[in-house]
Design a protein around this ligand. Structure first.
Ligand code: PLP
Length: 398
């Protein structure tokens, strides 16, 4: 069978493969502790479910406009605009079936074949996949580990810019390492992008998943909104991962082009869910606040337990629901040099299932430290305690 050449350039999200491996193990009767996928085991707030059911019952079951229902576009413009200090309208918003589709559509609209795109690595693996698939050159930039957590390596970004660099993907409040930029770092990045006329995909999937203090978007900085597109999602804040609803938010012309891709791809995002999403934005917020509170409790339990394991150390990030522990010493004690071997040994030995650095982009030459990623969004506190105690006992044996 002849498969088109471009398919050889399409990557995947291997975290799903880890999920399949864990499910297979669970089928054999072994208890599995799911730290692998950024899914949420908390039910969507009741008011959102009710508003969606009402929309179905009242017949909101046909096609709707390609860019989304105007009421949701307007509500999102208000919500996202006020959180970022942006004066935007419904024309700046194109509703999508999830946040993920924004990545490929943004690149289709703005990236020429052969353009260089700076993307975070370790990072969400779909960036690298879509850049290469659509004929661009994926140029990875990294992070530095500091005492307080991970920091985007802006010096490296500056060094990597060439006349062919047209796009920067910036996932502040980062998956997998929860890096967040200070005001100064964000301004420096903005200055670089303005100077070199670089478009920014501001992947803000975790913008609302912040535990304490203020949040900030690069699109709020002077001159930045006109050369940025925000990836917005309902998935995390409202525990709506399986509903598939998000948006591209950016300059009107770009949004019009993205909406033309909507026409060609899915016609429109699920109609009745969009009415539920209006309730999510404008209705009672106690559900989303409770989600954040639950996640914070889980974070603290997981961080304390992980840091009590010899050879493992992790930060206590103020955002996302991911931990990115350094396991270099634990692996040395176990005489392992392959982090995937470490993962498998622990999965089959204890049932604790997590991803590793290998699931977040092709590793770069010269990486000497080993990292794993644990999501605490899909496992309750009892599971976290039981699983990580098992992990501790397992590693202590060496
Ligand atoms: N961007 C990042 C960094 C993510 O981690 C995710 C999901 O995990 C997404 C985008 C896409 O989320 P969704 O398609 O569920 O909205």
């Amino acid at each position: 069978m002849r498969i088109a050449e471009r398919m050889s350039r399409l990557g995947t999200e291997t975290a799903f493969a880890v999920g399949a491996e864990a499910a297979e193990l669970a089928n054999t009767g072994k208890k599995v502790y799911p730290f692998h996928l950024g899914d949420i085991n908390i039910i969507t707030p009741e008011n959102i479910v009710k508003a969606t059911n009402k929309a179905i019952e009242s017949g909101k079951t046909g096609y709707c406009p390609n860019a989304g229902i105007p009421q949701l576009r307007e509500a999102l413009a208000k919500d996202v605009g006020s959180a970022r200090g942006l004066n935007i309208s419904f024309e700046n918003v194109a509703i999508q079936p999830g946040g993920k589709p924004v990545i490929g559509k943004f690149l289709q609209v703005l990236m020429e074949i052969g353009d260089e795109v700076l993307y975070p690595n370790p990072g969400y693996p779909i960036y690298e996949s879509q850049i290469e698939y659509l004929g661009g050159k994926a140029v990875p930039y990294g992070f530095k580990e500091t005492k307080s957590g991970f920091k985007i390596d802006i010096d490296q970004i500056e060094r990597l810019i060439t006349p062919k660099t047209s796009i920067l993907i910036f996932n502040n409040y980062q998956n997998p390492n929860s890096a967040s930029a200070s005001d100064g770092e964000m301004q420096r990045l903005a200055n670089i992008c303005i100077k070199h006329k670089i478009w920014v995909l501001a992947d803000e999937a975790y913008f609302d998943m912040i535990y304490d203090g203020k949040r900030k978007s690069i699109t709020s900085l002077p001159g930045m909104f006109s050369q940025s597109v925000i990836l917005y999602t309902f998935s995390k804040k409202y525990a709506m991962t399986g509903w598939r609803l998000g948006a591209a938010i950016g300059p009107k012309t770009i949004i019009e082009h993205i909406s033309r891709i909507n026409v060609n791809d899915e016609s429109c995002s699920n109609h009745f869910i969009q009415w539920g999403a209006i309730e999510a934005l404008q209705g009672d917020q106690s559900g989303s606040l409770k989600i954040l509170k639950t996640l914070k409790t889980r974070r603290d339990i997981a961080v304390d337990l992980l840091n009590s394991i010899p050879g493992i150390r992790t930060h206590r990030p103020n955002c996302t629901f991911y931990l990115y522990p350094n396991v270099t010493e634990a692996m040395a004690k176990m005489k392992l040099v392959d982090v995937e071997e470490f993962r498998k040994l622990i999965l089959y030995g204890t049932g604790v299932s997590f991803c590793t650095r290998m699931h977040f982009g092709t590793p770069k030459a010269g990486e000497t430290e080993f990292y794993i990623r644990l999501a605490y969004s899909g496992i309750d506190t009892d599971g976290i305690k039981e699983g990580l105690e098992k992990l501790k006992a397992f590693i202590k044996k060496y």
